[in-house]
Design a protein around this ligand. Sequence first.
Ligand SMILES: [Zn+2]
Length: 287
Amino acid sequence: MLTDTHAHLFWESFEKDFDEMIQRTIEAGVTTIINVGTDLDSSRQALLQVQNELANFPKLTTYSSIGIHPHDAIKFIDEPEKQITDAVNKLENIYHLDPKKVVAVGECGLDFIFVSNPDFIPASIKAKAIKNSKLDIEKIKDLQKMLLKAQVDLAKKLNLPLLIHTREAWDEIFDLVTDHYGLFHCYSGDVATTQKVLRTNFLISFAATISYPKNESLRQIAKNLPLDRFVLETDCPFLPPQSKRGTRNEPNTVLEIGGLIAELKGTSLKEVACATSHNAKKLFKLT
Ligand SMILES: [Zn+2]
C-alpha cells in the first residue's frame, strides 16, 4: 500500500491515456491518491475526477484538495482584499459539494523565485506589477502572504490540513502556517529548517527530487528522519525521478521514491510504504 499525497491528475497531458496510467498506478501498489488543486478551476476539476473517472477503479481510493497556488497571487493585484475573499469563498463552496472527498487546503504557500527569476510571472500580468519601471517585489510578496493567510484561515475553519508549497521563503512561511497543521510538499529544506519543522505539527513530503544527484543533503535528511514524520508524493505530471528525467511523471513512481528512502534508512519498502500511508491517513483523517 502506497499513498501519493500530491498528484495533479487533471493535467492535460494525462487525458490521452488516463485509464492506462491509473492501471499502471494500481499495479505499482498505489492505493490512495490526493488529487491536488492549484486554482479555482482545477480544484473543481480535481473533485469531479475523484467523483467520476477515478471512482471506476475500486482498488484505488482518491481524494481532492482545494487551493490557489502562490504564483496566482498576482492575479489579485487590482482589489486584493475583495478578490481574495471572493476566491477563497468559492474554494469553500467546492469543499461543501463533498466534504468527505475534499480533505485538504492547498496547494498554497509562498514562492519567491520570481525575485531572482521574473520569468515566473506571466508576461500578460507582469505589466500590472511594474512600479517606476521596476517589478514591485514587496507588493507581490504581500499579495502572496494575503492569499496564503486567507487559505490558512479556511483550513482552520474547516479543520483541514494545509498542503504548503514553499520556495525561497522558509523564514516567512513558518510565521504564517505553523500554528496549524499539514505538510510541506516537495520538501527542499536544509538541516536547520528540518529541525524547525520537527517542532511543528507539519509532516515532510518527499518527492522524486530526492533522487536527483545534486540533492545529497536531502537524502541525508530522509535517512535520519523518524518514520512517523514524513509522507511520499509525486507532484505528477511534474518532477519525474532521476531514472525518468524529461518524461511525464505518473503516480506509480511513488514506488521508486519509497524504495529509495527504504534503502537510505536500511529498512524495507514495505515498512516505508505502511508508515507513510498510515501518516497520510492520520493527517488527512481518511476513513
Ligand atoms: Zn504540485
